[in-house]
Ligand binder design. Sequence first.
Ligand SMILES: C[S@@+](CC[C@H](N)C(=O)[O-])C[C@H]1O[C@@H](n2cnc3c(N)ncnc32)[C@H](O)[C@@H]1O
Length: 234
Amino acid sequence: MSGILYGVGVGPGDPKLLTLKAKEVLEGVSVIAVPVKKSGEESTALNIIKPVVNVAHKELVELEFPMEHSHTAMENSHSAAAARLRGLLDEGKDVALITLGDVSIYSTCTYVLKKIRAAGYETQIIPGIPSFCAGAALAGISLAEGHENLAVISSIRGQAAVEKVLDDFDNVVMMKAGRQMPMITGVLESRELLESATVLSNAGMPGQYIGPPDTSRDYGYFTTLVVKKGGKKE
Ligand SMILES: C[S@@+](CC[C@H](N)C(=O)[O-])C[C@H]1O[C@@H](n2cnc3c(N)ncnc32)[C@H](O)[C@@H]1O
């Protein structure tokens, strides 16, 4: 009988934010599949689970997902990962594919889970705490109150998309904001919204910064920005 593939969200950084269900699944499987950009590199998701789950006797399988922008290259890496996982599932092994934060939000895991499901294998998704929820908690802010609406965007879509979402929504979570911070802060400044913004950078990880946009800082990949157009009401 084939094994089951679990897509497991491990939360955004603090190992204590791993859910009990994620821990149970990770302890129960024989294989943990670890997405990496390049073979041999350190995995943030694996580092998150290690203090909580004993991985010493698990088979750890690296799945390479290079940061490619070409559709064909991405498709190839997803297909290669799915083929590798199918081999393990055919051996009757249960596999947990770990991913940062929650599985449903900008996770490569999703593409692979779809392929495996389409090939007729059993899959299950174990949700995790999304980075922006954990970051909002650290910042002590709400993301939506009363009738406010909330948008979650990828900042990589560029300035026009950022302007549009700020026109249309009360509150906005801007993910993948690291390299886009100069553009975003420029837009916020022109709309007098800088004071309504909170940066969530490396939330629950070394180098954590939770605070107002600071143009003198360099922001890395794990950076999210929350804008509350009505201000940060206490
Ligand atoms: C590929 S998406 C993964 C999102 C993840 N699945 C989630 O549920 O949060 C990567 C983006 O998530 C955000 N992110 C992930 N971990 C973060 C953290 N610890 N602190 C702040 N932002 C984080 C950043 O915006 C980053 O560019």
